[in-house]
Design a protein around this ligand. Structure first.
Ligand code: ZN
Length: 77
């Protein structure tokens, strides 16, 4: 993902908790997922090389990258 696309995306989203090398954002304005082009629920940005996520529910996840960060776009069933 290009810097300009990433900045535009982040600016549209609502920041949620961050810490542990992970930042999450809520998509309250129905931004389209860059991978599947349907609106996603949350964006999780992973800043570290390795991390673990505890998912509380079944999610479909689309993946993108920005610089060294991994971007997870979650879709609830
Ligand atoms: Zn998607």
């Amino acid at each position: 993902m290009e810097d300009t696309d990433y900045e535009e995306l982040i600016s549209a989203l609502t920041p949620q908790e961050s810490g542990g090398g992970v930042s999450s954002y809520r998509n309250t304005v129905s931004v389209a997922c860059p991978a599947c082009e349907t609106p996603f629920d949350d964006l999780v940005v992973i800043h570290e090389d390795e991390t673990s996520l505890e998912l509380s529910r079944m999610l479909d996840i689309c993946v993108s990258r920005h610089d060294n960060d991994v971007l997870l776009f979650t879709h609830r069933h």
